[in-house]
Ligand binder design. Structure first.
Ligand SMILES: N[C@@H](Cc1ccc(O)cc1)C(=O)O
Length: 409
């Protein structure tokens, strides 16, 4: 299977998801609220793109899942697109499962990695899982609060940890029951395996078995929640295929895998991972201000695409913004809107407000003790900014003066 877009799913605002073909043609007559954004890159099986999947989605509320391995204590901007994918499904009335890989993070997914990552202890994974669970839940709540039209019924959200269905299993039972459905030839043919086998370090048995666990997760969710659709980044295609084949062999049921595109910057870097500086979704790693600035700084050529992918703005609104941007590019209205929408989704209204407050600082609209400052990291550092009389003079913009009286200094 190549990288061609084989089908683009549109999850409309009116609870009637419809399917697009690769030319972007929509199959539902009322297109006003829909977003032909090329959201889903590939579907598996490929043939399902045109008919089985659209009819499944239109037959009633489905359960869709996406997994995230807690290999760090925060997700990053690259994961956001998959979360937004789940949110689109939810918006269209489908139920979504966000699976945190408390078990799979201990195995380590070789997909898209050039070398094996260091083993993570169960304790570290558990702490990471807690932190990621909080932020994923916050994003779902922010979406509900700020981006959802309450007249429409949202699907449910369930956050799960795959450790819960592995912790009581033993290795002998698992291999004896599940392992025999997996054929070595097929497993070896996966791109993630092939590329690693060719590398100098090769691949451990632990990593090699990763696809079995992700396939079993899909099976478990299919049995427990009737889940028939798994969403993942493009590097997940092999794991999605393993799940599809496994479920088909065990139960004869047809399930589907969908991938969201890997977003790269205009110079081809993975978005948010430039020069090793990941843009994290947890605010103690990347502040709302830095996240806001990151989107504000995106090149002009990317902003329209990002507005479609990372925000829930109706397409007509995106077009209007781009029109205004073309009329007065210096105002960077489209960038500001993009930055605001993403910051609000990730950090809520309070996070956005704090990002904007700091923006005033970085634009040089803040004076401390008559000195203009433009570094948000250096605003009100007690050692530097408290005058000998225990006061600090603060000016924000042209007219807002404040006297801060410090109770202890
Ligand atoms: N393998 C996925 C995460 C994942 C984990 C468990 C799953 O069941 C599904 C997906 C990734 O690395 O992005």
């Amino acid at each position: 299977m190549g990288n061609a877009v084989v089908g683009i799913i549109i999850i409309s605002d009116d609870s009637h998801p419809c399917f697009l073909d690769s030319t972007g043609m929509m199959s539902l007559p009322d297109s006003s609220a829909q977003r032909p954004v090329g959201y889903l890159q590939e579907s598996f099986p490929e043939s399902a793109a045109q008919d089985q999947l659209p009819s499944l989605l239109q037959s009633g509320a489905q359960t869709v899942y996406c997994g995230f391995d807690p290999t760090a204590d925060s997700l990053h901007v690259g994961n956001l697109l998959a979360i937004i994918g789940l949110l689109h499904f939810r918006k269209a009335g489908h139920h979504v499962l966000a699976v945190l890989g408390g078990a799979t993070a201990q195995i380590g997914d070789p997909s898209g990695k050039t070398s094996e990552r260091e083993r993570l202890s169960a304790d570290v994974v558990e702490a990471n899982t807690r932190s990621i669970r909080d932020s994923v839940q916050r994003i779902f709540t922010n979406h509900e609060l700020y981006f959802h039209d309450s007249s429409r019924k949202l699907g449910t959200v369930t956050v799960l940890n795959n450790l819960s269905w592995y912790k009581d299993r033993n290795a002998v039972g698992f291999l004896s029951e599940v392992g025999r459905y997996f054929r070595m030839g097929t497993m070896l043919s996966r791109h993630s395996v092939q590329s690693r086998l060719r590398s100098a370090d090769g691949m451990s048995l632990t990593e090699f078995t990763y696809q079995v666990f992700q396939a079993y997760d899909f099976y478990h969710l299919n049995q427990t929640y009737g889940c028939k659709i798994q969403l993942g980044g493009t590097d997940q295609l092999g794991n999605l295929m393993s799940g599809h084949e496994f479920i088909h062999k065990v139960s004869g049921e047809e399930v589907f895998g969908l991938t969201v595109p890997l977003v790269t910057s205009s110079v081809g870097d993975k978005l948010g991972k430039t020069a090793g500086n990941a843009m994290w979704l947890n605010r103690d790693r990347t502040s709302p201000f830095d996240l806001y600035q990151f989107f504000l700084r995106q090149p002009d050529a990317s902003v329209e695409g990002y507005l479609k992918l990372f925000t829930f703005l109706p397409l007509a609104e995106v077009e209007r913004l781009m029109e205004q941007q073309r009329e007065d590019p210096g105002k960077r209205l489209a960038h500001k809107r993009l930055a605001a929408e993403v910051t609000k989704l990730v950090h809520g209204k309070e996070g956005l407000d704090s990002a904007k407050r700091y923006r005033m600082v970085s634009e040089g609209a803040v004076w401390i003790n008559h000195r203009r400052t433009d570094n948000p990291e250096q605003v009100l550092v007690p050692k530097h900014h408290i005058l000998s009389n225990g006061l600090t003079l603060l000016r924000v913009g042209k007219r807002n003066y404040y006297i801060i009286k410090w109770l202890s200094f």
